[in-house]
Design a protein around this ligand. Structure first.
Ligand SMILES: Cc1ncc(COP(=O)(O)O)c(C=O)c1O
Length: 228
């Protein structure tokens, strides 16, 4: 294989793969094999028997599995619809090592607000907050940049959803430098192949209008279905 695959300029990928307001200043990042790899690393790094992780349900089913694989206790807060149950999350999050916020949430499409995130961050200073922004491109207000401005907070994103490229297995975790160092330490050193990164770069360089078109179509359809 050509060494050019290995030398894929990751900054080009990150620049296009992140919301425009993200500058990655004072932020660490790491490519992962999809967002799944990032979420599992977060659990491996933060959890063990006797520790707790809090998240809402229904949500991305793998969260429960990753928390359990790490030997920790999952604390599930109901969020079937409507606003994020921030009070219940704060109550459950006291003394927990990890809090996941999936926004927009899968499968409900519910979203956390900026005010929610700020409140959670201020109320739970010792808890790592992980914002799963797998569907961030579909949100009216993508919380990634806000989350990256906060201490002890990480964000996970993926090319699997808005970019329709789940098979590439390209995602990233970004945020608090110490947390990202730990995530790097608990997984494979080169989790994403050079071929996938090269394809990701080609996709992001050439398909931006397509992504915009696709995202706006989904958002339009969502508005129409909400109108019923
Ligand atoms: C909310 C959420 N987070 C993360 C993932 C994992 O995505 P990936 O394909 O990047 O591992 C999914 C996939 O369904 C998801 O729905």
């Amino acid at each position: 294989m050509s060494m050019r695959f290995v030398a894929t300029p990751t900054r080009v990928i990150l620049k296009r793969f992140s919301p425009p307001a993200c500058r990655f200043r004072r932020t660490a990042w790491s490519f992962t094999a999809g967002a799944d790899d990032a979420l599992q690393r977060i659990c491996s790094a933060m959890l063990e028997s006797g520790r707790r992780a809090v998240y809402c349900m229904p949500s991305f089913e793998m969260l429960r599995r990753y928390v359990r694989f790490a030997g920790a206790e999952p604390i599930e807060i109901a969020w079937p619809q409507g606003p994020l149950p921030a009070d219940a999350l704060i109550e459950a999050g006291r003394g927990a090592e990890l809090l996941f916020i999936v926004s927009p949430n899968n499968p409900t499409g519910t979203v956390a607000t900026r005010e929610d995130l700020v409140r959670l961050r201020e109320s739970l200073p010792g808890t790592l907050i992980a914002l799963d922004a797998a569907y961030g491109e579909f949100a009216d207000d993508d919380l990634t940049s806000l989350a990256l401005s906060m201490p002890w907070t990480v964000v996970t994103r993926t090319l699997s959803k808005a970019w329709s490229s789940a098979g590439l297995r390209v995602g990233y975790a970004a945020g608090d430098v110490r947390a990202i160092d730990w995530l790097r330490a608990v997984g494979q050193p080169y989790a994403v192949s050079g071929v996938s990164l090269a394809l990701a770069k080609a996709l992001l360089e050439n398909a931006e209008p397509l992504e915009r078109k696709f995202v706006s179509r989904v958002r339009d359809e969502r508005s129409r279905s909400h109108a019923f």
